[in-house]
Design a protein around this ligand. Structure first.
Ligand code: OOG
Ligand code: NI
Length: 453
């Protein structure tokens, strides 16, 4: 039983995501500018499109719109990752999905810590894309051992947060005062440090192997490297970024603009070069932090995802080197083969939907019909696309690369190792497709039960 004096994990996550946003806005002023631009474009989009506004309100999406969507960090060791799992659990965030970025030439594998049930997602869907550095992929023994030694000497968690995590685990929750303390202690792990823990030569040696290795190894903690609000019109925000003083990445990642948005579209402003003081008092710079935006669409079934992956693969050959406008035009052409009405996405089982009774359905008595499409046609049942809550490895690689100065290393490829990731995590990652399928079938069951009495 939950203790009435305990603050819910949803509430702790909400407080944390707001505190994180405030910290990041103070640390990275351009991020504040990005938030203003996104809010402005969202307002204009809703004004232009009252049907969209009504739909969002009708499906409880308005609250979600204004709150932060995701952030990302990169950690260096199994112990750090396992402790993060426990830290995020306090906020009802569990690891979902395994992403192999070695395929894209980046020496990490990742998961997303996020809430999973409907109520939690509606409250605040905040997620953290979390990557674990794969030192085992560094070829030079000397460099690998040097990096491991440096990482061995740091503790990215405060004693206070360790104590509060343990308390949460033993008492099954935290009271209001402890919840606030937890938020401020946990935030310390994600803070930026202007001082590196290593000298400039060490930084440069690690940087020469891969910029990301220097980013993970040379600092006291895994600074949050971006936060990502949700926009209702990513094309418009991309277009307006330069006027607002931001340097957008070259192309928007993910599917093209569509009537029925699918999965996830993302873009970012490029990482800023920031002054760093290295051990031995030498000045240098490091480039890691940026701002990102995302526009989310419906989650795809395995069949829909296979179609997405095939079309994306086809488009990649044709979009290489194109400007964003041209890139989007070609994508739209290739994706003409992906059905673009909710009815087709549903009938062809390409996407996940939540089913619920319409007003007429609630009024109707028992009906003999058990076929959901027929019940939809009769106006008794309506559906809503289930929002995709996860990430896309090809897009993530594009985001990594545009912020790492194109740094990649083909030699890392072909090294997916989910077992090693789960061993480091000391837990399993959930399968995102199973989560969407379970939400869809639970909604079907309850609709049919209501109508069949
Ligand atoms: C993570 C990049 C991936 C996304 O939205 O796909 C990501 C990173 O740069 O650490 O955040
Ligand atoms: Ni991101």
């Amino acid at each position: 039983m939950s203790d009435p004096t305990h603050v819910s994990s949803n509430e702790i996550r909400d407080r944390f995501s707001k505190a994180m946003s405030a910290m990041y806005q103070a640390e990275v002023p351009q991020y504040e500018t990005l938030l203003e631009l996104v809010a402005q474009v969202n307002r204009e989009t809703l004004e232009r499109n009252p049907a969209l506004a009504e739909r969002l309100a009708n499906f409880d999406e308005m609250n979600r719109l204004g709150v932060e969507r995701h952030g990302a960090i990169r950690v260096g060791s199994a112990d750090e990752l396992a402790m993060l799992r426990r830290l995020f659990a306090v906020m009802g965030m569990v690891p979902v999905g395994y992403y192999d970025l070695s395929e894209a030439g980046v020496p990490v594998h990742s998961t997303a810590f996020r809430p999973v049930d409907d109520e939690a997602l509606a409250y605040n869907p905040f997620r953290v894309f979390t990557s674990l550095l794969r030192l085992e992929l560094i070829e030079s023994d000397a460099l690998r051992e040097r990096a491991a030694r440096i990482l061995d000497h740091r503790d990215i968690f405060t004693p206070g947060v360790r104590e509060l995590i343990a308390r949460h685990e033993s008492q099954g929750g935290l009271d209001d005062t402890d919840a606030d303390r937890f938020v401020s202690e946990a935030l310390e792990t994600f803070r930026w440090h202007k001082d590196a823990t290593v000298d400039l030569d060490t930084y440069e040696a690690l940087h020469a192997e891969h910029r990301l290795i220097a980013d993970v190894v040379c600092f006291r903690g895994p600074h949050i490297n971006h936060l990502t609000p949700r926009t209702l019109d990513i094309d418009e925000v991309q277009r307006r970024m330069p006027q607002a003083g931001m340097n957008p990445k070259d192309v928007i990642e993910g599917p093209p603009r569509r009537d029925c948005p699918i999965l996830l579209r993302q873009t970012s402003f490029k990482a800023l070069e920031e002054p760093i003081r290295f051990a031995g008092e030498r000045q240098g710079t490091h480039t890691a932090r940026f701002g990102e935006i995302e526009q989310r669409g419906v989650a795809l079934t395995a069949k829909g995802r296979a179609l997405y992956d095939r079309l994306l693969g086809e488009s990649r050959r044709r979009t290489a080197g194109l400007s964003n406008d041209e890139h989007q035009r070609v994508l739209a052409e290739v994706f003409a083969d992906f059905p673009d009405t909710e009815a087709e996405l549903r009938r062809q089982e390409l996407a996940f939907f939540e089913y619920r009774l319409t007003e007429a359905g609630r009024q109707s008595g028992r009906v003999g019909e058990t076929h959901l499409e027929a019940l939809i046609e009769q106006g008794l049942v309506e559906t809503r696309p289930i929002t995709y809550e996860d990430f896309l490895p090809v897009s993530a690689a594009g985001i990594f690369q545009s912020n790492l100065g194109g740094g990649q290393n083909e030699a890392y490829a072909g090294n997916a190792n989910r077992d090693a990731f789960e061993a480091a995590l000391q837990g399993k990652v959930l399968d995102e497709l199973e989560l969407y399928a379970a939400r869809e079938s639970a909604s079907c069951r309850s609709v049919l039960q209501a109508l069949q009495g």
